[in-house]
Design a protein around this ligand. Structure first.
Ligand code: ZN
Length: 296
């Protein structure tokens, strides 16, 4: 049994994976369906296929929000669908394709799913810079580049419902994970904060249509990123070593300190490198590519 499908708007549904509480999207109207990061386990992907078929629709396209393994397992299940991704996706997969294959294999092994075909990162049919629109009935699904969590990170916005599918941002269960740059992440949040957002779907965690909660998630993540950037910038300006910088900036407050013990540390290291600090060896989120079953 897959998870239930919750209807968000007349044309949009969400269902949640048992893995990392990852949210999968189904956008459906007039016999056409578009999916967004549609599930992780074979059971979940089958449930999406059954749901779409029960609504008399064909899957026309799949949006891949970014090239982290837990967002990439859908296209193989729907081979006729056109895959949409950011232009930056190609570079990430070119550099880290082997890491993605290894991470999926490690997760499948740990999850007790032997015998599946070897994972191959999806090859997008449509890659775009800045933004692109998918037309679904009378509506327009805007896909927008939203760098910060990853260099190829994409969000989806549908203006009539004020629906923002935020990818791996604005979560109630994860702190910001800056696998790209702090500058990009802050610019992205500033840009998105000016949208009329009435329904917020994070890549992982709880969907909300509470205006106070939506505003609070923006403000909390923006405050954290700004405080981290300021702390690390001062340390680098003082000529602090990476270890000294980690000590100083460990004091920056963040949510869920027990959930992802490495995330805050790697964010500090990431900022240190970004701001010109001399880091010894591989630091920051580059370590995540070396970790089996990591990333989200
Ligand atoms: Zn991610």
């Amino acid at each position: 049994m897959g998870a239930p499908f919750r209807q968000l708007t007349p044309y949009a549904w969400v269902t949640q994976s048992r893995v990392y509480t990852t949210n999968a999207g189904v956008f459906l109207d007039a016999g056409e369906a578009y999916l967004l990061d549609p599930g992780i386990t074979p059971t979940e992907l089958d449930a999406v296929a059954t749901f779409v078929a029960a609504h008399g629709a064909d899957v026309r396209g799949i949006v891949v929000t970014h090239a982290h393994w837990d967002h990439l397992l859908g296209p193989t299940r729907f081979p006729r669908a056109r895959v949409f991704a950011a232009a930056g996706y190609a570079a990430v997969v070119s550099e880290h394709g082997d890491d993605l294959v290894r991470q999926v294999a490690a997760w499948r092994s740990a999850d007790g799913q032997p015998g599946l075909d070897v994972f191959v990162p999806p090859a997008p049919d449509v890659m775009f810079d800045d933004r692109i629109c998918i037309h679904l009935g009378a509506r327009s699904l805007r896909l927008m580049i939203a760098r910060g969590h990853a260099p190829d990170h994409v969000v989806l916005y549908e203006p009539s419902a004020g629906l923002l599918w935020a990818g791996d941002m604005l979560s109630d269960v994860e702190i910001p994970m800056v696998m790209d740059t702090f500058s990009h992440y802050l610019q992205t949040l500033d840009r998105l904060s000016h949208l009329d957002v009435r329904v917020l779907v994070p890549g992982h965690g709880t969907v909300t249509d509470d205006a106070v909660e939506i505003r609070g998630r923006f403000e909390r993540d923006q405050a954290y990123l700004a405080a981290m950037r300021e702390c690390v910038a001062h340390a680098v300006a003082d000529g602090a070593s990476l270890i000294e910088t980690v000590t100083r900036c460990s004091e920056v407050q963040f949510a869920q300190p027990d959930t992802y013990p490495n995330a805050h540390l790697w964010n500090i290291e990431q900022a240190y490198s970004e701001m010109g600090g001399r880091a010894p060896g591989v630091v920051g989120w580059a370590q995540d590519w070396l970790t089996e079953g990591a990333a989200c």
